[in-house]
Ligand binder design. Structure first.
Ligand code: LEU
Length: 392
């Protein structure tokens, strides 16, 4: 008996922390986005949107009277940063779910950690093919580019029916950009256009002379770019400075007003397909509430990455409320591990009315979204500020 005691104590000690892992209140939801590095051009917008969600949802009662609290962990711009943020949120901050990371490139590295820890992930901006397939606990509310991208090419053809020759450029060191370019190249083919050159670059590049020379040499009348904000902004700038006059279609990485200071006045007229439009406020009261609160807080209208971050927080909060309704038990009375599993299932049931319209998350983790838009960048005379103006 005496000899068994230490073993027993060991077993008990190991068991106690697990038992103690109840869900904390306010209910912690992890936000793992790029708050520093070049990716902060997107991450800042995500933080802004998520903070509005926290404030609005808590003002409306949170999860049936229990508040949520967002726990921010900066992923910076690379895979290691995302892995680190995920580990902290899962093990130290004991969040119920993680919203993030910003880039698909980071998702492929960090999401497997959440998958192993059976912690639900809701991607607020990952658009590459294959992200939900990372695992059972991986979902997203950002529609994949396979669904969104073709709209912008069709719109370019409407604006200039004479388009025939297309130059495609993409960041080859970025997972979403190399996934998105495949979608664009397929769309070009399916629409009967000809790809006259495919040019690669790196997200860290800032001199695009080689690529621009190739585009001009190939006599392209449409340019399609898949990259992140700083690189793509500089690429657009150099295309225009070296004399390219045709239409430009930008992918998801050009869908941010934070790119405006990079290409300045030369950002004008880029066409971008979007999964959010502030223009729906009249028929979508959730968007109206979000956009009004956003504008009051930041003195500017929300863009897509903010709206998607809000949506992700909203979806997690509503899925938590559904669990309470179904079980009659408060979230804080659940053990964390059990709650995380239930939350993952709850996220995938029913639909959500959000600022990006009505959406649902399929059992696979893929989002189902109805409405997409194409906008054109219009820069103001100051050459620094501008807006996305709806064209379809
Ligand atoms: N859609 C991109 C991706 O999946 C991220 C976005 C913030 C440009 O990596």
């Amino acid at each position: 008996m005496k000899r068994l005691a230490p073993a027993l104590a060991l077993v008990l000690c190991a068991a106690i922390p697990a038992l103690a892992d109840k869900v904390a209140t306010p209910i912690p939801i992890g936000i793992a986005v790029g708050q520093t590095s070049n990716v902060a051009l997107f991450g800042q917008e995500q933080v802004n949107g998520a903070k509005i969600a926290e404030e609005r949802l808590n003002a409306a009662g949170g999860v049936n009277g229990t508040k949520i609290t967002l726990v921010f962990q900066d992923t910076a711009g690379d895979e290691a940063g995302a892995v680190n943020a995920f580990q902290n949120l899962i093990n130290r901050d004991k969040v119920v779910a993680i919203i993030g990371p910003t880039l698909s490139q980071q998702a492929f590295a960090a999401n497997p950690i959440a998958e192993r820890a059976k912690t639900p992930v809701v991607g607020p901006s990952n658009t590459a093919k294959g992200v939900p397939e990372i695992g059972e606990f991986i979902g997203r509310i950002s529609a994949p580019m396979t669904q969104v991208a073709p709209y912008s090419v069709k719109q370019a053809m409407k604006l200039n029916p004479d388009i025939k020759r297309v130059a495609v450029l993409y960041a080859q060191n970025d997972a979403f950009s190399s996934s998105e370019t495949v979608t664009f190249q397929d769309a070009v083919k399916n629409l009967g256009l000809e790809t006259v050159t495919v040019q690669k670059f790196q997200t860290t590049d800032n001199d695009f002379t080689t690529q621009v020379t190739a585009v001009l040499g190939a006599k392209a009348d449409l340019v399609i770019i898949s990259g992140l904000a700083a690189d793509s902004g500089n690429l657009v700038k150099q295309l225009r400075q070296l004399g390219y006059k045709g239409l430009i279609v930008g992918g998801n990485g050009l869908n941010s007003p934070n790119m405006f200071p990079v290409c300045g006045a030369l950002c004008s007229d880029i066409l971008v397909a979007q999964a959010y439009s502030p223009a729906t406020v009249d028929k979508n009261p959730v968007n109206k509430d979000f956009a009004t609160a956003f504008e009051a807080a930041y003195k500017k209208g929300p863009a897509q990455f903010s709206a998607q971050a809000y949506t992700a927080v909203q979806v997690v909060t509503e899925a938590l409320a559904k669990i309470e309704k179904e079980t009659g038990k408060k979230i804080a009375d659940f053990e964390l591990a059990e709650l995380r599993e239930m939350l993952n299932k709850s996220l995938r049931t029913g639909s959500y009315m959000t600022p990006i319209g009505e959406i649902s998350i399929q059992p696979s983790g893929e989002v189902e979204q109805k409405d997409f838009y194409v906008s054109k960048i219009v820069m103001n005379p100051d050459g620094k500020t501008g807006s996305f103006v709806l064209v379809s």
